[in-house]
Design a protein around this ligand. Sequence first.
Ligand code: ZN
Length: 311
Amino acid sequence: MSANLQNPIFTDETAAREHLEAVRWPEGPICPHCGNSDPEKIAKIAGEKQSHRPGLHYCNECKGQFTVTVGTVFERSKIPLSKWWLAMHLMAASKKGMSAHQMHRMLGISYKSTWFLMHRIREAMRDGNPGPMGGSGSAVQADETYYGNTSKRSKSYRKGLKRKEVVLAVVDPDTGEARAHHMELGAGTDVVREYLVKNVSRKSILVSDESRLYTKLGKEFASHETLLHWGKEYVNKNGFTTNNVENFFGTFKRGMRGTYHFCGSQHLQRYLDEFSFRYTNRSGLGVGDVERAELIAKGAEGKRLTYRRPH
Ligand SMILES: [Zn+2]
């Protein structure tokens, strides 16, 4: 289901806050200071008095106060929650991403604030605590790609990509999950190994091209299926493919070129998180736009990054 932009959560602050409470606290408020969730020991102290912040709660366990934004990317933001919801819905629904310029016009807030807001939303999209994907019987695809252009006349060069960056991605076609990692240029087998054994269950079948990066590493998995380099082979003799991870790279590159017009290498991981999030929670897997936006709001917890300057 796609979002109805007439929904009051996009215009009314009370509706926006109550919606965030319903999404983050489906079972009732949880104190972010001590973890108390006993409804008998949490009192709502907002509403009656003008002096209180709306949505303020009091925890009888730790004697602390909190609202639904404490301990999230929304905390201390001057941007109204209704605009956060609109931004989350737009980013959740835009397959190729949405430029900060377009978002800034739609939200009616400054470009700089929009830029910070969008990076905070990317942080909320990041899977904060991923376990290994795949498992017994799963064929997880791994591949690396180059990103950026070293030509001084290219847009990516002027945007701060002074060299080619390397991205490593893994996709589990059974669950549809994708993860991507910005590697240091020249990173070798150690870095690839460290990432893969942390992100992919060793009970899985590893599917990759014939790059030497995976030769030794492949032996650590249940089995290792390889395909010939440079897309000459789409399905190997045993029926394995790396099509899914290649499609993921395709969507990522089209979005970076068409929507974001490239980014500096220091922000590349944020964009990878954004594209991985949408790929993993895509409509083809039954996740609608509304649900995807709510997943971002849930992911906002425990992530309070600060950014200092836009590019
Ligand atoms: Zn508490």
